[in-house]
Design a protein around this ligand. Structure first.
Ligand SMILES: [Zn+2]
Ligand SMILES: [Zn+2]
Length: 341
């Protein structure tokens, strides 16, 4: 089969590789129909995270058609349209047994190769996925839309950790793809105002288009206090993961409020400790997805969560390397590029 292989950092080769075979009776062979490029793939491509050690087939946000199933697979058959969670959990550790699948001790991510393991992903014609992370696609949902189930699930999981009350104001710092998806999910849950905080003017425009009521440059952050009569915001979602935006997020959280940390670009950050402690702010980390797939898929199929305006382009998998370079160089203000094998 053809695959886009990271042969060394910053080098992707579109080439023939052996078609994967089912090695375990609970596995499913999926013919990939859409494979979106995630920000983490771009950071893997350039070697900055060390989570995509070459050679590896990256890619974890996608959809496809079941080609073949292992002997113990019961819920899927050849021809089924599917998407899948990027986290492959073990199902038997103490975290899995208490339903915290995203915190599995033996968690592996599709398309990641690090010190502990190596797992080929979906920038290929075929990929192997465990049945326990597969989901059927609702009728009418396109493969390209279904490729958003993973990032939309990440957004929905973050919101599930601090859901706004009806009519409550919320804020989202960072209007990249995940920030925009958080805004979209929040829009389905609160009639309160959604403040988007973002440095880039085009992204601020986009934030308004997808449902934010106010889009502010961090330099104008005092406007949040003005617009809320000094009360600030009960819940803030941070979707960048660096000192500056996290400080911004903390500064607009009201006393007793919560800052949900979703972004994690920087492994270490500085926090304004006194502001957090004396105002009793809760800092809540959010990791991946835990059970949000069915809700997100039905919201997308039903039109409550429309992701079509977030697709920047679809392109053949063979052109993958060129699109990675454009994403890396931040050309054309790309949000989401979906590759089609
Ligand atoms: Zn991703
Ligand atoms: Zn586990």
């Amino acid at each position: 089969m053809k695959a886009l292989v990271l042969t060394e950092y910053k080098r992707l080769e579109f080439k023939d590789v052996p078609k994967p075979v089912i090695a375990n009776p609970t596995e499913v062979l999926v013919k990939i129909e859409a494979a979106a490029i995630c920000g983490s793939d771009v950071h893997g491509w350039d070697g900055s995270t060390g989570r995509r050690k070459p050679p590896i087939i990256m890619g974890h946000e996608g959809s496809g058609i079941v080609e073949e199933v292992g002997s113990l697979v019961t819920g899927f058959k050849a021809g089924d349209r599917v998407t899948f969670d990027s986290t492959i959990f073990c199902g038997s550790c103490s975290f899995c047994r208490s339903g915290l699948f995203n915190l599995c001790d033996n968690r592996r991510v599709l398309g990641v190769s690090c010190e502990e393991y190596r797992r080929d992903g979906i920038f290929a014609e075929y990929a192997i996925v465990e049945e326990r992370v597969l989901f059927h696609l609702p009728e009418g949902l396109s493969f390209t839309e279904a490729a958003f189930a993973e990032p939309a699930g990440v957004a929905a999981h973050a919101v599930s950790l601090a859901p706004p009350k009806l009519g409550e104001d919320v804020a989202v710092v960072g209007a990249g793809l995940i920030g925009l998806l958080i805004i979209k999910v929040l829009r389905t849950m609160t009639a309160g105002r959604i403040f988007a905080i973002e440095v880039d003017e085009n992204r601020r425009k986009k934030a308004l288009e997808v449902g934010a009521d106010h889009a502010l440059d961090p330099a104008d952050i005092d406007e949040v206090a003005t617009l809320t009569a000094g009360a600030l915001v009960p819940t803030v979602f941070e979707a960048v993961g660096a000192t500056g935006p996290i400080k911004t997020a903390i500064s607009i959280a009201r006393k007793g409020g919560t800052v949900v940390l979703v972004g994690n670009v920087s492994p270490q950050i500085e926090i304004p400790l006194q502001s957090v402690v004396t105002r009793q702010i809760r800092l809540q980390g959010s990791c991946a997805i835990n059970g949000e797939y069915p809700a997100v898929l039905s919201m997308m199929a039903g039109g409550t969560l429309d992701v079509r305006d977030l697709v920047s382009t679809t392109a053949p998998l063979s052109e993958g390397e060129a699109w990675f370079k454009k994403l890396y160089n931040r050309e054309e203000d790309l949000l989401k590029v979906v590759l089609i094998p």
